[in-house]
Design a protein around this ligand. Structure first.
Ligand code: MG
Length: 309
């Protein structure tokens, strides 16, 4: 279990707790969800990457997306679903692993946004980046410690400890605490086997998603049904705030999500079902002449094989 923290001591900072109602298994109640999909004018799908689209690996650099899931995402985007991949990784990293152009990417927990038309935006002021640089210098000694790795993401800096001994984990933790004591404006984010220092607590996956939704709504009218899938505490903030279909992956307790799936393998089954609906909706519009919206709203998506690892 992981926590977003506002306090330097790691105390929970969630604005509200998990939902009183237990989440439902998404595939078991699919018919009810499908009804909402049918009624929507537009579908928006945001999904986390590690632990959601792909299983967690011991080495973060070894994670790659299966060709089948890549094709499912591409097919949905081509058929009018707005697709966004959301990650703690840098955009250039997650883009390389997903291997698609023409969709949204949100990186570094919301600090980076990559538009479908290839523009990039970094939501960190120069003084924030400067603070992270100073913190990184203090953490640099951890690079040589077995089992630890340092990830400088410009807007944030992360220490991964999945392969570290308990002694070396303790060393990482005490070093981070000394950095936080020196730079009290920084905020600590604890994820799955990773501690990350952020320049502030205002930017998050949720603020980035709101940004994308505002951009989408300025272009498309009608009722949008928004999906969000994720597996970590950074995703919990989105689950708490977002209306729509929120899906926790790999857990069905202590989550604010309304639905859950057991694994990335089940996520793939869900994507297949949603993709089939998108295809049917898209073809339906074409067959009936529709209002042209289906054709207008399609994203130009390409497989970007040169970027894939
Ligand atoms: Mg994740």
């Amino acid at each position: 279990m992981v926590k977003i923290t506002k306090s330097r001591k790691g105390g929970p900072a969630r604005s509200s707790g998990p939902t009183a109602d237990k989440p439902q298994h998404l595939l078991r109640v699919w018919e009810a969800v499908a009804q909402r999909v049918r009624q929507a004018d537009r579908i928006v799908l945001f999904t986390d990457f590690d632990g959601t689209l792909t299983p967690i690996r011991r080495m973060p650099g070894a994670v790659c997306l299966s060709a089948a899931v890549r094709e499912l995402l591409a097919k949905m985007a081509r058929n009018g679903i707005t697709v966004g991949v959301v990650s703690g990784r840098r955009v250039r990293d997650v883009r390389a692993r997903v291997g698609l152009s023409g969709i949204w990417y949100i990186g570094v927990h919301g600090y980076e946004i990559y538009y479908p038309d290839n523009r990039t935006e970094l939501f960190a002021h120069a003084d924030h980046r400067r603070q992270i640089q100073l913190a990184t210098r203090q953490l640099i000694q951890l690079r040589k410690v077995p089992g630890l790795s340092l990830d400088d993401k410009e807007a944030t800096v992360a220490v991964h400890y999945r392969r570290a001994s308990s002694q070396n984990r303790h060393l990482a933790w005490t070093t981070i605490q000394s950095v936080l004591a020196k730079y009290p404006n920084l905020h600590l984010l604890s994820g799955k086997k990773v501690w990350e220092l952020l320049p502030d607590s205002r930017t998050s996956k949720w603020t980035a998603i709101q940004f994308v939704l505002r951009s989408e709504r300025s272009r498309y009218r009608g009722h949008s049904l928004v999906f969000y899938l994720g597996d970590d505490t950074t995703d919990e903030r989105v689950f708490e705030k977002m209306r729509g279909i929120t899906v926790a992956v790999g857990k069905h307790q202590r989550t604010a999500a309304r639905f859950f799936l057991y694994s990335p393998a089940e996520v793939r089954r869900f994507l297949q079902k949603l993709g089939d609906f998108a295809t049917a909706k898209s073809l339906g519009r074409s067959a009936t002449g529709g209002n042209g919206e289906g054709r207008l709203s399609r994203m130009k998506v390409t497989l970007d094989s040169a970027r894939m690892k």
